[in-house]
Design a protein around this ligand. Structure first.
Ligand code: NAP
Length: 551
């Protein structure tokens, strides 16, 4: 957006729609085809309209429809404004040590915060991550068929190579180290640890074999070590997913995808083997409200309908028609128009042998049926006593994430966030800031938004943090960079640094090259640690380099 010389990408951060928009729109009339945004986009997400991949062609109309019609020759829409470039938070060095910040977590919110801090000369950033591999949900959450989105890791790699950046991977804050330990050695501790847990549906039968959550399945197919052994039984005809947010769509798309296509991605090998043997014919995505309240976003719906056969039954087609008659906002109308064009369940006889996806609406989950394992889900038609049953061998809930408390920090359990003002952690009893503690990302604002949302979110937190530092409100660390490293090694001898991560990364990419895949992931922590140990020659050089950099 900032790269565009004619301000034709909207909504910009100063426009009201920015907070709620599902995508950014390029104005085809105002665009001068200079290609600046194509070059600037870190994940190669922008294409000239003439080079759009076939499955993205619907976006030409979607982009256009965002902008008002204007008289011939008038290029810019009347509301067009310059997107403000928020100034970098300027650090005024004080005290013995340069501004030193611990960041807990290594996903997008963490890496964008590090990026922002490292715009300032001399600043030191230590990133602590529980797993031996960094980048949070970009590695373990983004679906394997969305390799473009995963290109964000290229940007994160570049940030991690900058002077002043250090990884402390395989270290769990709250277990190996406490908040107070970090605060002793840093001016500030910024938590960008996300919302680790999915919300659970409390109905009878959840917990039976054959039940689980969509986010566990996401971890499983993405090779997250905590989910490698998840028992995912696809030896049945139907999977039911409760909830229709983007996570539900991701899981439905992967469960119905052609395994030969997935074989070209970085999907976990164990998951691919199970998908190859799958007998699933239909994945039903069930919502308790109507089509107008669908939680998925427009770009994800477009992606789903391009990737799979998606159908509705006659009752739901009627609901879509009713909603279309009343809908007011453009974004929701566009989603309903796509739903209205979907095929019908009853055309099943004509359907191919490929598994399909069905959206079902106004069904409130009541209980999971089954003795030894799940065999069906019973729903009430929302707002009535009428029962409906869907046979299913796998029942997944996908009803959102919820933040979990962070050791030694206050927590707002209802909202699932750490209470904060502009990223400064605030004690809800006294209303005062907790000195040196900051938050960014999902644990700050709740579980919403996209990868890019974290950029402006983290920038705002860093502005608060730097203002406090400049005002002399943050305590000096008790030692310099080498003292931090000594303390961490003493508490967690298995700590992995940037060189160790590079060894894992290189090995995964090399394993992938042999199979024409972007990478073949290690899915078990001991295998990752073995890889780091086997390449101790690489760390030697890199350790020397990082020691030199730390001086
Ligand atoms: P979500 O978007 O919040 O959707 C949650 C769904 O669960 C809604 O359909 C909600 O229905 C339903 N639900 C909640 N409580 C329920 C209950 N007790 N019974 C039945 N249904 C219930 O959650 P998500 O899919 O986990 O996504 C989380 C965030 O990650 C979102 O911001 C999403 O956009 C983002 N994300 C983005 C991408 C992407 O851009 N590709 C991919 C994955 C995730 P109601 O609306 O009726 O409450």
């Amino acid at each position: 957006m900032f790269a565009c010389p004619v301000y034709c990408i909207h909504p910009s951060p100063d426009e009201p729609d920015f907070a709620t928009t599902e995508m950014l729109y390029i104005d085809p009339d105002a665009c001068v085809d200079c290609g600046a945004c194509v070059r600037a986009c870190p994940v190669d997400a922008i294409y000239p309209d003439t080079q759009l991949p076939a499955q993205q062609l619907p976006f030409i109309e979607i982009n256009k429809s965002y902008y008002p019609k204007r008289p011939e020759g008038v290029k810019l829409p009347p509301t067009s404004k310059l997107a403000p470039i928020l100034p970098a938070a300027e650090v005024h060095r004080r005290g013995k040590y340069p501004l030193t910040v611990a960041i807990v977590g290594s996903g997008p919110a963490a890496m964008y915060a590090a990026d922002e801090l490292l715009t300032q000369p001399g600043v030191l950033v230590n990133v602590f991550e529980k797993l031996p591999t960094p980048y949070g949900l970009v590695r373990a959450g983004v679906a394997p068929d969305h390799q473009h989105t995963k290109l964000a890791t290229k940007l994160f790699d570049e940030i991690s190579w900058r002077r002043g950046f250090n990884f402390f991977l395989n270290v769990e804050v709250g277990n190996h180290l406490r908040h107070a330990d970090l605060l002793e050695y840093h001016h500030a501790v910024l938590y960008a640890s996300g919302a680790l847990h999915d919300r659970r549906l409390e109905i009878d039968g959840m917990g039976l074999p054959g039940t689980g959550t969509a986010t566990e399945v996401v971890g499983w197919y993405n090779g997250h070590p905590e989910f490698t052994d998840l028992p995912v039984d696809l030896g049945h005809e139907r999977v039911v997913i409760v909830g229709n947010g983007n996570v539900a769509l991701d899981v439905a798309r992967i469960l119905t995808a052609d395994p030969d296509k997935l074989a070209g991605t970085d999907i976990a090998d164990n998951a691919l083997a199970v998908l190859r043997d799958s007998r699933v014919q239909e994945v039903v995505i069930v919502a308790r409200r109507g089509p107008i309240a669908s939680a998925f976003t427009l770009p994800e719906l477009v992606g789903l309908t391009q990737a799979a056969e998606v159908v509705l039954d006659a009752e739901d087609h009627a609901r879509v028609r009713n909603d279309l008659a009343t809908v007011r906002d453009t974004f929701t109308r566009q989603k309903l128009e796509i739903l209205a064009k979907l095929g019908s369940v009853d055309s099943a006889s004509a359907r191919s042998t490929k598994p399909r996806i069905r959206f079902a609406y106004e069904l409130t989950p009541a209980r999971v049926l089954g003795e030894e394992r799940a065999t069906a889900v019973e729903f009430t038609v929302t707002g009535t006593d009428e029962l409906r049953r869907l046979e299913a061998g796998l029942v997944l809930t996908s009803i959102g994430y919820h933040g979990t408390p962070i050791a030694d920090l206050p927590f707002d359990d209802a909202a699932g966030v750490v209470p904060n003002e502009g990223g400064r952690v605030v004690d809800p009893v006294t209303g005062q800031p907790v000195p040196g503690a900051y938050v960014s990302g999902w644990i700050k604002r709740g579980t919403n938004g996209f990868i890019g949302t974290n950029k402006s979110d983290s920038l705002k937190t860093i502005q608060s943090l730097v203002a406090d530092y400049n005002a002399g409100q943050l305590s000096e660390p008790i030692g310099g960079p080498r003292a931090v490293a000594r303390m961490v090694h003493a508490r967690r001898p298995e700590v992995i640094d940037a060189a160790g991560w590079k060894a894992i990364d290189r090995a995964e990419i090399a394993r992938g090259q042999a199979q024409n895949r972007p990478r073949v992931k290690f899915t078990r922590v001991p295998d990752m640690l073995d890889e780091v140990a086997d390449h101790s020659d690489v760390p030697l050089l890199q350790n020397l380099l990082s020691a030199l950099r730390r001086r």
